[in-house]
Ligand binder design. Structure first.
Ligand code: AMP
Ligand code: GLY
Length: 431
């Protein structure tokens, strides 16, 4: 089988490495891939949003299966364009990708189908949004409707901050057209859990739960990032909570999308918060998370390609999605200054043998060297019998990798490690 993976991050690297475990895979192309992915796939310099070139490349190279992972191409309709040309895809079509592409759409869907989420109002008119903010409880959460590179959510502690956010989204258009509408919602509190799930539109099979670490600095301080590290499983996600989520959130979401004439196929990402009044959906993503994927796939015991093909064919009920009972920890090594300004072009030295897997995100090939080219540079994942051992191993191996200006958090997994007792308390209060 000849496969094409669209994207260029650590997530795509993890998917490519896992796909190779299937013996039927003969070749993998990455569009555009990166300097590290180049070891595991043929990188083709076509951008993830260059729809025409992607389709042309797929036709010319007799691609049997396309895996479309980043949010932008999915929301743009790359899956639709490929499928119209007879190329089967992993990933939702444009109509289904609205679940991430429009927060107004997803919030209204949840309200209509009784799926638990924060209370909210939506606005297309800035004046009404500003007036509404005078009446709400603080803090309040302001969200741009469309995609915003993960920066479209502002938690405002004062009315002025909320108003500034509304003006910059709706008037100054800092996120472009994504700011034509806003969602203003209630601030929720509680531990967060990411659950990715395979679905063919009818059946949904959740993957192992994950805890992400979004802030740049230790102790959850600093700016929000794409994610500085992950651990799986997430101890807050007990089997009781998993059952509730399946019954109250996962299955109802799939059914709702079916009823709306937008069956969702691919990987659906549930960003959940375990609040004292129940588990609520914070957001949907229409794709694998990054760096969630870098801890989920190393623990997947089933064949990724087989499961992916089943989501495309509508036969997910016939395949097993099994996970190991081990734990995984991924530490992201970033460029100092990320998520703001940072320098690039530094050589990355990775020892030939490591007791961890290195997923490359922001690096390019420069002659024979691998050099930094982005904010998040590497994701280093270790797997072990316990969470403690996985964390310890990940940090030990991170210590053996070198590049100038390397920066990483030192406390990935600490909350998860410390929270076991607290989890029982928190969860009994809720259940
Ligand atoms: P997102 O960009 O949608 O992933 O949101 C970023 C982060 O904002 C989430 O991971 C939450 O930590 C936080 N967040 C989003 N919505 C809310 C909310 N209603 N209450 C509290 N925190 C929120
Ligand atoms: N790590 C969160 C995301 O992929 O959006």
């Amino acid at each position: 089988m000849i496969i094409m993976v669209i994207g260029s991050g650590g997530r795509e690297h993890a998917i490519i490495k896992k796909l190779w475990e299937n013996k039927k895979v003969k070749q993998i192309f990455a569009l555009p891939g990166n300097g590290g992915i180049a070891k595991d796939a043929i990188c083709v310099p076509i951008g993830a949003q260059d729809m025409e070139k992607i389709v042309e490349f797929a036709m010319q190279n007799k691609i049997d299966y396309a895996v479309v992972t980043p949010d932008n191409p999915l929301v743009l309709g790359v899956v639709d364009a490929l499928e119209e040309n007879g190329i089967p895809c992993f990933g939702p079509n444009k109509k289904a990708a609205m679940l991430e592409g429009s927060k107004v759409f997803s919030k209204n869907l949840m309200k209509k189908y009784g799926i638990p989420t924060a209370n909210y109002e939506t606005f297309t008119d800035m004046k009404s949004a500003l007036l509404y903010v005078d009446k709400v409880k603080l803090p309040v959460v302001i969200k741009a409707d469309g995609l915003a590179l993960g920066k479209g959510v502002i938690i405002a502690n004062t009315r002025d901050e909320a108003k500034d956010a509304i003006v910059s989204i709706m008037q100054d258009k800092v996120f472009g057209e994504s700011g034509n509408s806003v969602v203003i919602e209630e601030f929720l509190q509680g531990p967060e859990v990411s659950v990715l799930a395979f679905t063919d539109g009818k059946t949904i099979k959740p993957m192992i739960s994950v805890m992400d670490h979004k802030r740049a600095l230790d102790g959850d301080k600093g700016l929000n990032t794409g994610g500085m590290g992950t651990v799986a499983p997430n101890p807050y996600y007990t089997s009781e909570i998993a059952k509730k989520c399946t019954d109250e959130i996962f299955v109802p979401t799939i059914k709702a999308m079916q009823q709306e004439g937008r069956p969702f196929k691919g990987c659906l990402f549930f960003g959940l918060m375990i609040t004292k009044s129940g588990v609520k959906v914070i957001e949907y993503n229409c794709r694998f998370g990054d760096p969630e994927t870098q801890v989920v796939l190393p623990l997947l015991e089933s064949d990724l390609l087989e499961v992916m093909l089943a989501t495309t064919k509508g036969t997910l009920d016939k395949v097993d999605v099994k996970f190991s009972d081990k734990s995984a920890c991924c530490v992201v090594m970033a460029s100092k200054g990320y998520p703001q300004n940072y320098d690039t072009g530094y050589e990355i030295i990775i020892p030939a043998y490591l007791d961890a897997t290195v997923y490359v995100a922001g690096a390019k090939q420069d002659n024979d060297k691998l050099v930094t080219s982005g904010g998040r540079v590497l994701g280093v994942t270790a797997v072990s019998d316990t969470l403690e051992k996985a964390i310890e191993k990940a940090y030990r191996e991170v210590g053996k990798i070198n590049f100038e200006n390397a920066f990483y958090r030192n406390d990935i997994g600490n909350t998860a490690k410390k929270s076991i007792g607290e989890v029982i308390k928190w969860c009994t209060e809720y259940l």
